[in-house]
Ligand binder design. Structure first.
Ligand code: HEC
Length: 131
């Protein structure tokens, strides 16, 4: 029993250290979204569940399972990939999250060619589950 508790404590400490490292990196420069894009509304009936698999294949390597910016590829990037559980991130409009994902900005790739608009909306819905 004691051993299990100790193991869990180490795991928690490790996870905490990883998270704070990810967030200790400097943020990228301000990333402005054109007003017309920021105001775009998600179509009705989009399923967050459908975005989960897309997240796993396209985004998790940098943004981490829960959007904390602690994916394995993030280690090699010198700016923060953001904290998608934060108020600051979640207060951004659906249209803005759609725009960031579609357009990308180095080191983040653009998904314009890789994903359809409806897939990007599914990802937006999935990112809303990270709050
Ligand atoms: C190679 C690593 C990488 C991958 C893969 C990646 N991103 Fe990013 N992402 C970043 C980085 C780094 C930033 C911060 C960019 C900046 O500030 O210039 C970012 C920023 C963002 C932002 C804006 C964050 C904010 O705080 O405003 C969103 C939204 C986003 N990514 C969504 C996604 C989605 C959805 C996917 C998958 C389809 C994805 N990203 C794949 C590295 C990545």
């Amino acid at each position: 029993m004691k051993k299990i508790f100790f193991g869990l404590a180490i795991m928690a400490a490790f996870m905490f250290a990883q998270t704070s490292n990810a967030q200790a990196k400097p943020k990228g420069k301000e990333w402005k979204v054109p007003a017309a894009d920021a105001g775009k509304k998600s179509p009705a009936g989009v399923e967050a569940a459908a975005g989960k698999a897309l997240w796993g294949t396209n985004c998790k390597s940098c943004h981490g399972t829960k959007g904390l910016g602690d994916g394995p590829k993030a280690e090699k990037i010198d700016i923060s990939s953001g904290d998608f559980s934060s108020k600051d991130f979640q207060s951004k409009s659906d249209g803005s999250l759609f725009y960031y994902t579609k357009i990308g900005r180095k080191p983040m790739p653009s998904y314009k060619e890789k994903l359809s608009d409806s897939e990007i909306w599914q990802l937006v819905a999935y990112m809303r589950t990270m709050k």
